[in-house]
Design a protein around this ligand. Structure first.
Ligand SMILES: [Zn+2]
Length: 101
């Protein structure tokens, strides 16, 4: 779970998911109200996997398993929803906005 780098309190699953759903790099700690940012690793894992997944997994499902486009879209979306619901468990925070690379 995410630990605030300012007050060192652990964020709840619901609070973390709420912050992630805002789709902003800057988040507010539910305990101290201090701004927190995705750590570099968290940002890569959470943001950069979502979009390319559609462009890679759907054609891959189509080629390898001969799955139709809409079924592939449904499968990838379902996988991403599961992935998205798990992300609060692996969220790590930083006090400052870190560069992507
Ligand atoms: Zn805090």
């Amino acid at each position: 779970m995410a630990i605030c780098q300012h007050c060192e309190n652990t964020w709840s699953y619901k609070g973390s998911l709420k912050q992630i759903l805002k789709f902003r790099r800057k988040m507010t700690c539910e305990h101290c109200k201090h701004h927190q940012y995705y750590s570099q690793n968290s940002y890569w894992a959470m943001q950069m996997i979502m979009v390319p997944a559609y462009f890679i997994l759907i054609p891959l499902l189509n080629i390898v398993l001969d799955v139709q486009f809409l079924l592939g879209l449904l499968i990838v979306t379902l996988l991403l929803v599961i992935y998205f619901l798990l992300t609060p468990k692996f969220l790590s925070l930083s006090n400052k906005e870190e560069p992507l690379w």
